[in-house]
Write a protein that binds this ligand. Structure first.
Ligand code: ADP
Length: 181
């Protein structure tokens, strides 16, 4: 099974991914987590990504797709994935479809976690990661609206999109996701 967790920064994708991967036995691929690990290791990729992350801008599609391909290849024959924070641009979504098609795979569901801006900003400020400051958050939300939101239509057209209210309790959101798939 291949699931995409979709939603704005702070929607709770990481929290739900941790619960879902255990329940559904999926391999969790969070591009944000992978990038932070690379930054932490001081790798070439990490050095390239660092300034984008700090500014709340997206890392280039080319870097992201290279990274995803490596992770998928290193997962061998296993084709159960939970994508979190990816795809984030129409071009990433198209490249993912192409890559999956080449391997006779396809996305089963796209779960969209729906949360209002005011709640997102409050949550992110509480989380306090280094890119969770007011200025970077404002830009991340703007980038989300301009570059990521269009993917929602892309997946709605292919009837894969399921909208889930993201401001219920963690357990309620989780139960609603499970019920929907
Ligand atoms: P959030 O969704 O809370 O903003 P993430 O951990 O998913 O946090 O992402 C943190 C940062 O990593 C993003 O602001 C962006 O710079 C970079 N990033 C993560 N995933 C992608 C992606 N698929 N494409 C481009 N940049 C990404």
């Amino acid at each position: 099974m291949i699931i995409v967790l979709f939603g704005p920064p702070g929607a709770g994708k990481g929290t739900q991914a941790d619960l879902l991967k255990g329940e559904l036995h999926l391999h969790h691929l969070s591009t944000g987590d992978i990038l932070r690990e690379e930054v932490g290791n001081g790798s070439e990729l990490g050095l390239l990504a660092k300034k984008f992350i700090a500014a709340g801008e997206l890392v280039t599609d080319k870097l992201i797709m290279g990274m995803i391909k490596n992770k998928i290849v290193s997962n061998g024959e296993n084709s159960d994935f939970l994508f979190d924070g990816f795809p984030r641009t129409t071009s990433q979504a198209e490249a993912l479809d192409e890559m999956l098609e080449e391997n006779s795979l396809k996305i089963d569901k796209v779960i969209s976690l729906e949360v209002e801006d005011d709640d997102l900003i409050e949550r992110l400020l509480l989380r306090g990661r280094s890119d969770d400051n007011k200025q970077t958050i404002t830009n991340r939300l703007k980038v989300y609206k301009n570059q990521t939101l269009p993917i929602k239509d892309y997946y709605a057209k292919s009837k894969l999109l399921i909208k889930i209210k993201g401001n219920d309790s963690i357990e309620e959101v989780f139960n609603n996701i499970i019920k929907s798939i």
